[in-house]
Design a protein. Structure first.
Length: 132
């Protein structure tokens, strides 16, 4: 199976040594994704729900670039700075996956790489047919 690595071009990828997403056959793994815009600016500072929406939009774009979509996501892992924000984060997750909810985990973590980040989300997608 051919492997495709996707880069978003952020400095973190080269500094840490990771890819935004990796596709091997029908599987796409999306690395922990934060609420940044295309210029690398954090979106939704102080609003965990808005940050979750941006994370999920970024995941959707990565999946699309590798031939998938949010509809193909089978699992998400949601890392949050404050578990009390779960209703707003959960609402964003529910909206993104209303037609076909994935298996999901949400856990509170002590901090992220930037203090303004409130949410980070990973995703695993499985394509029904190999569309590459």
């Amino acid at each position: 199976m051919a492997r495709q690595n996707l880069s978003s071009g952020t400095r973190w990828e080269s500094e840490v040594g990771y890819s935004r997403a990796v596709r091997i056959g029908p599987m796409i793994l999306v690395a922990g994704t934060t609420a940044t815009d295309t210029a690398g600016n954090i979106v939704g500072i102080g609003d965990a729900g808005a940050q979750a929406e941006q994370c999920l939009a970024n995941i959707g774009r990565a999946l699309e670039r590798l031939g998938g979509s949010l509809a193909d996501v089978a699992r998400t892992r949601i890392f949050v700075r404050n578990i009390d924000d779960w209703p707003r984060i959960g609402a964003a997750h529910r909206a993104a996956f209303s037609a076909n909810p994935p298996a999901a985990t949400m856990v509170e973590v002590s901090r992220f790489i930037a203090a303004e980040m409130l949410v980070e989300i990973e995703a695993e997608a499985w394509l029904e047919s190999d569309r590459a």
